[in-house]
Design a protein around this ligand. Structure first.
Ligand SMILES: [Zn+2]
Length: 380
């Protein structure tokens, strides 16, 4: 049966993406028959020169998210796509396009990235660096406390898994009983000055990195390395106050949503990128927790006020920052500590000293024995 036996295709409409901009255009489709070279004519709404795709070059693009629509492209590397939702039109195209079902060569991930034109890369960058953050910030405002808590619970377990080879249980939580008593005493000292929509869930993880970070929904994680590195419980209280500041400002929730959004966009684009690599990427983002300079300064200010309110000095927090800045001998090079990531540790240290309302005379946050118990919370 030759193509001329087919009744003419009445003009139909479809969605068209040029593969270079994020724009979706409603286009008109027609089959124009020539003796030697019949084409699918795509007429853009702007009334410019129509685009002709030879019918012999048309390919059905597999593995697209929308199973109900037929997604068409051209053989080769042209990133443009036509999405045909009209089933009659899709059937007609199947009938007239000889090579439609021929396997569309599916370049591997790197190749796929390589063939993205500069324009496509720019639009993906726009999505990841502009749209996702804006949407994440909006979403963070709408997310109820319960949702934040669930997000935090999940990411905490992912982090425990990512930080250890022990895939069955994840990185151990430190829970020596005397240490937990001391930890809770410290938290109780700071808590009356706070007003969170959820309980603070404070954990110590058995890891040597000198680090602490907050997760969505009130989780705060201290690493064993930080407790060992601190020279007084007031230094740890300062770090805890800082992380409570992040919780109060909901910085971890926005960060988690942004990271998850970026991972989602990359996953849509690259397909096989999803899975382990994506989770690891998300985990690293949360552990490093590189917030803006402004967000870090705000959390420091929060900590200064909180410590002052409960009668604790802020100068030790400054000492701790100075020591962090001094030794850059972090053994674990694959992860960068949230606390050390700030470029201006000296400035932060000075601000902590300047903010001190308490001085030398105060009720210590822990007794000498309790402090020792806290430092040894991972020995059980
Ligand atoms: Zn911070």
């Amino acid at each position: 049966m030759s193509m001329t036996d087919q009744p003419p295709l009445t003009p139909s409409f479809a969605d068209y993406m040029d593969g270079e901009t994020a724009r979706v255009q409603r286009v008109q489709l027609e089959i124009i028959e020539h003796a030697d070279r019949s084409v699918l004519r795509i007429t853009l709404p702007d009334g410019g020169v129509p685009i002709d795709w030879p019918l012999a070059d048309l390919r059905l693009i597999p593995d697209q998210a929308d199973k109900k629509a037929a997604v068409l492209g051209q053989a080769g590397d042209n990133p443009a796509r036509v999405v045909v939702s009209d089933t009659d039109l899709a059937a007609r195209l199947t009938a007239v396009c000889p090579n439609l079902k021929r396997r569309h060569k599916d370049p591997n991930v790197l190749k796929r990235l390589a063939v993205l034109s500069a324009g496509a890369v720019a639009s993906v960058a726009l999505i990841i660096f502009v749209l996702v953050p804006v949407m994440a910030d909006q979403l963070a405002l709408m997310l109820p406390a319960r949702g934040e808590k669930a997000l935090g619970d999940t990411t905490f377990e992912q982090i425990r898994q990512a930080l250890t080879e022990n895939t069955e249980y994840g990185l151990p939580l430190c829970d020596a009983p005397d240490g937990l008593v001391a930890l809770n005493k410290m938290l109780d000292r700071l808590n009356p000055g706070t007003d969170f929509p959820y309980e603070i869930n404070l954990h110590v993880l058995d890891h040597e990195m000198v680090n602490a970070f907050a997760l969505p929904g009130g989780h705060i994680v201290l690493f064993r390395g930080l407790l060992k590195d601190a020279t007084s419980p007031e230094e740890v209280a300062g770090v805890l106050g800082h992380e409570m500041g992040h919780v109060d400002h909901r910085d971890p929730t926005r960060l988690a949503l942004r990271s998850a959004g970026s991972v989602g966009v990359l996953g849509l684009l690259l397909g096989d990128f999803a899975g382990g690599a994506a989770v690891l990427f998300l985990t690293e983002r949360l552990i490093q927790a590189q917030y803006s300079r402004g967000a870090e300064a705000d959390s420091d200010t929060y900590a200064h006020a909180l410590l002052g309110q409960v009668g604790l000095p802020t100068a030790p927090m400054g000492d701790f920052f100075l020591r962090l800045g001094g030794d850059n001998t972090d053994e674990d090079t694959s992860l960068l500590s949230h606390l050390a990531s700030h470029p201006d540790l000296k400035g932060r240290a000075q601000a902590a000293v300047d903010a001190d309302q308490v001085g030398e005379v105060y009720t210590p946050v822990l007794s000498v024995t309790e402090w020792r118990d806290l430092q040894n919370i991972c020995d059980s």
